[in-house]
Write a protein that binds this ligand. Structure first.
Ligand code: DMJ
Length: 443
C-alpha cells in the first residue's frame, strides 16, 4: 500500500521490543503461532528483505520446533511453553484436529528455504508422509477426518469430513505447496488431486436457489453405519475452497477444477447475497437440489419445505417457520448466526479473479464489501457481530472485538482485488493460510 514509514516503524518495534523467549500466556496455540507469527514475519521478510525479520522468524521457528519434540514427533497443539523451557518431558495428546496436524508445511518449508536449515521442513514433511500414506485408506478415501489419530494405524479416527472448521488449511496447503515449490514434489500434486476427486463426490452439492443458479457449496460428509452421507451445511470457513480449486486447477492444468472453483466461489457470493443483512453467517444448513444437472426452484420447493418440517416439526406451517426463524429462501437452519469478519469468501473471489480475469467479480465483491462495512463499522475500526439474524430494523449488537485476520486477510484481499494484478502477482507469490504472501521458488 506504500505505507513504508509505518512498516519500518513496526519492524523497529518488532526487532527491539518483541521477544519470543517469553510469554505471559500459560499455553500457546502451536498452529496459530505458526500461521500468524511465523508466517507474518517470513512474509514481511520476503517482501522487504530486512534481515531483522528473518532473524525473528527463526526465533519463532526454533521455539515452535520444540513443540514437536514428542515421542510421536507430532506437535502439541496447546503447548505449555514454560514447562518445555524447564525441560519437562513432553507428549502429544492422543488425537489432533486435522488442521492442527497438517498446516505446517508451507510456513516451515519457507523457513527452511530462507535459513538453509532443513530441520523445519523435515518435521512438516514427516507429517505429510503420514497423511500421504493414509489418504486412500480412510472411510472416505481421498479425505482425512476432522479428528485424527497420531499414527498411520489410528489416523482415521473421526467420522466427519469437510473443508471447514478444524480441517481447512491441511487441504489448502497441499495446493499451496505445489505453488511454493513450483511442483517439484509430486507428492503434493497427488494429495491435492486425490482430495478434490473425493470432495467432488462427497462434499460439494448444488443448493436449491430461487434463481436456479448453477453453483456449488462445500458441505460435510458424515460416516454413518449405512455409509458416507453428505450434509448440506455451509460454513464461512469452507468458502476458501473456491480459491483453492481455482489455484490448484491452474497449477495442475486441470480446467475442471477451475470451473468447480468458480461455482464454489459463486456459491459463497450467493450465500452473502441471500444471507441476513447481505452477510454469510458462521454456519448454516441449506437444501440440495435433488438433481444437480437440472434444478428448478418451482418444481423442487417441496424439498425445502420437507426439510423445514423435518427440522422444526409439522405443528406450524412452513410459512410460520420461515418467518419466525427469518430464513432466506432455500435455507433450513442457521446454526451459527454470528459474523466475525472472516476472509474466506473474498479470498476465493480474489483468487478466482486473478486466475480468470473475470471483472464482474469486482462488482459482486463491492456488494459484499458494502454489506460488511455497513454492518460492522464503528468509530475506530470494524467489529465482529454477535448475531446478524435479528429482525429487520433492529440494531446489530457488535462484539467489540476484531480478529487480526480482518487486517491480515479480509482487507488485504479486498485491497488486492481492486489493485493491478502485478501487485503481489500469483505467478510470483503464494499466500499462506493467514494471507501472508511468500515468494514462490519457481515463477
Ligand atoms: C484464519 O486464521 C486462517 O485462514 C485459518 O486457516 C482459518 N481461518 C481463519 C480466518 O477465518
Amino acid at each position: 500500500m506504500g505505507l513504508k514509514d509505518d512498516f519500518y516503524a513496526a519492524v523497529d518495534a518488532v526487532h527491539s521490543n518483541i521477544s519470543f523467549e517469553t510469554t505471559t500466556a500459560s499455553q500457546i496455540s502451536t498452529f496459530e503461532t505458526s500461521i500468524r507469527f511465523l508466517g507474518g514475519l517470513l512474509s514481511a521478510y520476503d517482501l522487504s528483505g530486512d534481515r531483522r525479520l528473518l532473524s525473528k522468524a527463526r526465533d519463532v521457528g526454533d521455539m515452535l520446533y520444540k513443540a514437536f519434540d514428542t515421542p510421536e514427533r507430532m506437535p502439541i497443539p496447546k503447548w505449555d511453553f514454560h514447562a518445555a523451557a524447564e525441560g519437562a518431558v513432553q507428549s502429544s495428546p492422543g488425537a489432533l484436529l486435522l488442521a492442527e496436524m497438517g498446516s505446517y508445511s508451507l510456513d516451515f518449508t519457507r523457513l527452511s528455504l530462507l535459513t538453509k536449515d532443513p530441520k523445519y521442513y523435515e518435521v512438516a514433511a514427516r507429517i505429510t508422509d503420514i497423511l500421504y500414506e493414509t489418504q486412500l485408506k480412510t472411510k472416505i478415501p481421498g479425505l482425512w477426518p476432522t479428528h485424527v489419530g497420531l499414527t498411520v494405524q489410528s489416523l482415521d479416527a473421526g467420522g466427519d469430513y469437510s473443508f471447514g472448521a478444524e480441517a481447512d488449511s491441511a487441504f489448502e496447503y497441499m495446493a499451496k505447496m505445489i505453488a511454493l515449490l513450483g511442483d517439484q514434489l509430486p507428492q503434493y500434486r497427488e494429495m491435492y488431486s486425490r482430495s478434490i476427486e473425493a470432495a467432488a463426490q462427497r462434499l460439494f452439492y448444488r443448493p436449491l436457489t430461487p434463481d436456479n443458479e448453477d453453483i456449488l457449496i462445500s458441505g460435510t460428509a458424515r460416516n454413518l453405519a449405512t455409509g458416507p452421507q453428505t450434509e448440506t451445511t455451509a460454513q464461512h470457513l469452507s468458502c476458501f475452497a473456491g480459491g483453492m480449486l481455482a489455484l490448484g486447477g491452474r497449477l495442475t492444468g486441470n480446467e475442471s477444477h477451475v470451473n468447480m472453483g468458480s461455482k464454489l466461489t459463486h456459491g459463497c457470493i450467493w450465500l452473502y447475497k441471500s444471507g441476513p443483512r447481505g452477510l454469510l453467517p458462521e454456519a448454516c444448513t441449506l437444501t440440495a437440489c435433488p438433481d444437480a444437472a437440472s434444478c428448478d426452484w418451482d418444481r423442487n420447493i417441496d424439498v425445502w419445505y420437507d426439510a423445514l418440517r423435518y427440522r422444526y416439526g409439522s405443528s406450524r406451517s412452513v410459512e410460520d417457520i420461515i418467518a419466525d426463524n427469518r430464513l432466506p429462501s432455500g435455507w433450513v437452519y442457521i446454526q451459527g448466526s454470528y459474523y466475525i469478519l472472516r476472509p474466506e469468501a473474498i479470498e476465493s473471489v480474489f483468487v478466482l479473479y486473478r486466475v480468470t480475469g473475470d471483472r464482474s467479480l469486482m462488482d459482486q465483491a463491492w456488494e459484499m464489501w458494502t454489506a460488511i462495512n455497513d454492518a460492522s463499522i464503528t468509530e475506530l475500526a470494524n467489529s465482529a457481530i454477535d448475531d446478524i439474524n435479528v429482525p429487520p430494523g433492529q440494531l446489530l449488537k457488535l462484539s467489540d472485538s476484531m480478529e487480526s485476520f480482518w487486517l491480515s486477510e479480509t482487507l488485504k484481499y479486498f485491497y488486492l482485488l481492486y489493485s493491478e494484478p502485478e501487485l503481489v502477482s500469483l505467478d510470483e507469490w503464494v499466500f499462506n493460510t493467514e494471507a501472508h504472501p511468500f515468494r514462490r521458488m519457481v515463477a
